[in-house]
Design a protein around this ligand. Structure first.
Ligand SMILES: Cc1cc2nc3c(=O)[nH]c(=O)nc-3n(C[C@H](O)[C@H](O)[C@H](O)COP(=O)(O)OP(=O)(O)OC[C@H]3O[C@@H](n4cnc5c(N)ncnc54)[C@H](O)[C@@H]3O)c2cc1C
Length: 373
């Protein structure tokens, strides 16, 4: 809760896409499918200083693959070279020529700089929370293959309420209805194997599922493997009588802020005279002081919206270990009864996203049912 505005304020906004099938299934089971606002078809609004507002917006009237290629080449500063790069990337991914980094994959596809700058870098930072120089191409290839598989997979969605109300509370309600007990605000300090079963902070259980970020799992199990994580900085700005962004979110090209979200347009707000915007910097190298970041993203928002007044309130949330990056992680636990569902994505798996979390949850739930039936 933000004390000054009285508003629930997530650490940062979350985007989803139509390929998040497990997430959609989970929300439907919890009677919360309508907590996501979906685009009818993909529209990726973008902005840069030279070109102003433009978007990747495949036509709904053409078959999706053709519409996508046509939309890529039609963006200002692009031509059929970008569409051809997309085709080469598609075939490279299909034939599993994706070892190494995303940058290496782009070089292999002979991708033009404009295509990398406008399409690959924003998608890579958004999905992998890592720059193309180091992001794993196999996982990135999987993201692209799943996200652009069809018109319905490619559309983007966002929660129409803070995560607590849109996702957490419906899942807790459903879980408790099924007879489970949820203990919050308890930091688990030890999970150990007993003669029969598992001890969690001294309490006996048949088994324990660990669903933590890899670094927290490692600490709990006393493992010392390296764990690469990525920062996400979220700058929340509240403006008085602001007209809002022209789209619910906009990707910035050549800007410090990578994604500009109109939280007031995405969610129902109590005070309509106050506009809540949020600027996201993925893989933030943390090389700028807080005040300089705020000044810079406010300046960028002024260019994007043409509104120059200062924000009435600012809150910056820098999540230093926002996501665990795709790496060959050491497996922390092979102990029978300790089941690992941690965020620890290996190459080829989806990167750390809500969808990856729900898939991991589904997988271990089936494993547990299999072990104890
Ligand atoms: C700012 C930000 C923006 C993001 N944007 C997107 C996005 O746009 N789209 C998307 O799909 N994904 C996004 N993600 C990623 C997504 O939120 C995560 O991948 C997902 O929530 C991971 O879920 P999880 O349940 O595995 O882990 P978490 O949500 O990290 O849950 C693990 C929980 O375990 C708790 N914990 C840690 N140690 C202990 C302990 N010892 N005992 C008890 N509890 C403990 C933690 O406090 C935490 O609540 C974003 C993440 C962040 C931080």
């Amino acid at each position: 809760m933000d004390k000054q505005t009285g508003e629930w304020c997530d650490n940062g906004p979350h985007l989803l896409n139509g390929a998040y099938r497990a997430t959609q299934r989970l929300l439907a089971e919890c009677d919360a499918a309508d907590h996501i606002c979906w685009q009818s078809s993909l529209k990726l609004p973008l902005w840069d200083r030279q070109r102003g507002h433009f978007s990747l917006h495949p036509s709904s009237r053409l078959p999706f693959p053709i519409a996508l290629l046509a939309a890529v080449q039609a963006m200002p500063g692009h031509n059929w070279k970008s569409a051809l790069a997309m085709l080469r990337m598609h075939f490279g991914i299909k034939s599993h020529h994706t070892d190494g980094s995303v940058e290496r994959l782009m070089r292999r596809c002979n991708a033009p700089d404009a295509f990398i700058r406008d399409m690959i870098e924003p998608i890579c930072l958004g999905a992998m929370n890592e720059p193309i120089a180091t992001a794993d191409a196999t996982s990135f290839g999987r993201v692209l293959a799943e996200s652009f598989a069809s018109k319905s997979c490619a559309r983007l969605g966002w929660f129409n309420a803070p995560l607590q109300q849109a996702l957490i509370e419906p899942v807790i309600r459903k879980t408790e209805q099924s007879g489970a007990t949820i203990h919050c605000c308890h930091s688990v300090r030890s999970v150990t194997k007993e003669l029969s079963g598992i001890s969690v902070d001294g309490e006996h259980f048949d088994a324990a599922v660990i669903a933590l970020p890899a670094y927290a799992r490692n600490r709990l199990l006393g493992c010392h493997g390296p764990c690469a994580t990525g920062v996400i900085s979220n700058i929340h700005l509240w403006y008085q009588d602001h007209p809002g962004l022209p789209e619910p979110f906009i990707g910035g090209i050549g800007t410090l802020g990578q994604w500009f979200f109109d939280i007031s347009a995405q969610t129902v707000q109590s005070d309509e005279s106050i506009r809540h915007l949020c600027v996201v910097i993925s893989a933030d190298p943390l090389n700028m002081a807080r005040d300089s970041v705020i000044k810079q993203v406010h300046r960028e928002l002024s260019h994007i919206c043409g509104y120059r007044h200062m924000p009435s309130h600012v809150r910056m949330v820098r999540e230093k270990r926002a996501t665990v990056l795709v790496r060959r992680h050491q497996h922390a636990s092979t102990t029978p009864g300790i089941i690992d569902a941690s965020e620890s994505p290996p190459p080829g798996e989806l990167p750390a996203t809500i969808e990856f979390a729900v898939q991991r949850g589904e997988k271990v739930a089936l494993e547990v049912i299999g072990q104890f039936k």
